[in-house]
Design a protein around this ligand. Structure first.
Ligand SMILES: Cc1cc2nc3c(=O)[nH]c(=O)nc-3n(C[C@H](O)[C@H](O)[C@H](O)COP(=O)(O)OP(=O)(O)OC[C@H]3O[C@@H](n4cnc5c(N)ncnc54)[C@H](O)[C@@H]3O)c2cc1C
Length: 390
């Protein structure tokens, strides 16, 4: 009986794939150098691939940004992190000096007038902060990318196109700080590590991967206005205002407050970071920052009892701060098109989610490359071994 080609393929792949660890190095473009993009790029680099990361900002880290002021630093985005996944714990082991526990011992729920509605929460999981600022992890983990010339900052990807010379590959249209555009070609795969809305917009405007764009459209993200305040006039830091260092608030304007000076290695000057609630941020997203500042300062005084005028105020608007409806899986990948996407929004709203999503996308992209090659190679080799059909 002649053996069918399907039978050849199936027997070949079962017999040969495990013995064929051959790797085909590919050139990956990663768009975005937040924790997801960095985890993804580093993993692919370690697997032997060529990687080029494009980051539109001057610095890496995305929403784990730190803000420097004359009175000390602020964590403008992520405030602290938790460690739930063993792989994130292992990555942290590589940077032992760069994170410390934060004994934010009094995270309390406040009612709208600033009263403590719940005296204390039961002890939960440990809260950690990167040191000297929350951007320290991304900076350290991006170091090999920077050193190896794999990272381009101030490089915004504005379009993904088919490479006209090698149509199996992709080329990217990049916009620099002065608006100048250049085209970089020769990418086997493009992996998006942006906030969900930006990834969807880039795919849609590039008119590629509509199925991925449609999946991303189900993700919902809330904005956040952040306000950073310094009170250098406070003679004894920690004594101005409330006794607690961090609080979740039910005030209609404010969702979160943290005394920056209570975090390890942050300096003693009394400083607060205030985050507006998702609903209020959404309502006032396009308001003038000075109006937002005035309203949040009033709310801050109501919640904390601190009526002194801060000597330093900085506002930051995060259009895509926190996932409220995640994708529900670790990443997205189209192995035919060689387009993928990762980010915190795949799994949740925490920086650890971003790290795990980036890692999983890299493993999937690496695996599919090798897997496809191995299957093909195994089929070809097996065909040589088999007698001709009669
Ligand atoms: C105010 C606030 C408070 C938070 N608090 C916490 C907290 O307490 N604990 C916690 O665990 N998490 C917190 N988070 C969430 C946490 O910061 C995120 O989950 C995490 O940092 C997301 O990482 P990411 O890599 O997925 O995305 P991002 O950090 O957003 O990185 C995406 C990167 O892509 C870049 N980019 C976008 N478009 C392009 C383009 N076209 N070309 C090139 N580059 C591009 C961006 O500049 C950015 O650097 C907070 C976030 C905010 C904003």
């Amino acid at each position: 009986m002649p053996r069918s080609s399907a039978a050849r393929a199936s027997s070949a792949s079962v017999a040969k794939v495990p013995q064929m660890p051959a790797k085909v190095p590919r050139h990956f473009a990663v768009v975005g150098a937040g924790l997801a993009g960095i985890a993804c790029a580093r993993t692919l680099l370690q697997a032997g691939h060529r990687v080029t990361v494009f980051e539109q900002a001057e610095r890496v880290g995305g929403r784990t940004a730190s803000h420097e002021s004359p009175f000390g630093s602020f964590d403008a985005g992520a405030q602290y992190f938790t460690i739930r996944d063993e792989r994130f714990a292992l990555a942290l082991d590589t940077v032992p000096g760069l994170y410390r526990p934060w004994s934010a011992n009094a995270i309390r729920v406040l009612d709208a007038t600033g009263h403590v509605a719940s005296p204390s929460q039961p002890p939960g999981e440990a809260h950690w902060v990167a040191t000297p600022g929350m951007d320290a992890l991304a900076t350290a983990w991006a170091e090999p990318l920077q050193q190896g010339g794999h990272l381009h900052t101030q490089a915004q990807v504005v379009a993904i196109e088919r490479d006209p010379i090698h149509p199996q590959q992709w080329q990217l249209r990049i916009q620099g700080p002065a608006g100048a555009q250049q085209v970089l070609a020769g990418f086997d795969a493009v992996l998006l590590a942006q906030p969900a809305d930006l990834a969807r917009t880039l795919l849609t405007q590039s008119q590629i991967a509509p199925a991925l764009a449609a999946e991303i459209a189900g993700v919902i993200t809330a904005p956040c206005w952040s306000m950073m305040l310094a009170f250098p006039q406070a003679v004894h830091p920690g004594t101005l205002g409330p006794q607690w260092n961090a609080a979740r608030s039910t005030h209609h304007r404010i969702a979160w407050l943290a005394r920056e000076s209570s975090k390890p290695q942050r300096g003693l000057v009394e400083r607060w970071t205030v985050q507006a609630s998702p609903a209020w941020s959404h309502e006032h997203l396009h308001d003038d920052p000075s109006r937002v500042q005035a309203k949040l300062l009033k709310a801050f005084a109501e919640v904390t009892g601190i009526h002194a005028q801060p000597q330093y105020v900085e506002m930051r608007r995060w259009a895509y701060a926190q996932t409220t409806q995640p994708l529900g899986k670790t990443h997205l990948i189209d192995s035919e098109l060689n387009i993928g996407a990762c980010g915190d929004w795949c799994l949740g709203h925490r920086l650890e989610d971003a790290f795990i999503s980036g890692l999983e996308l890299a493993l999937a992209a690496d695996f599919s490359a090798n897997f496809e090659h191995n299957i093909m190679q195994a089929m070809l080799d097996a065909a040589k071994d088999l007698p001709d059909e009669q």
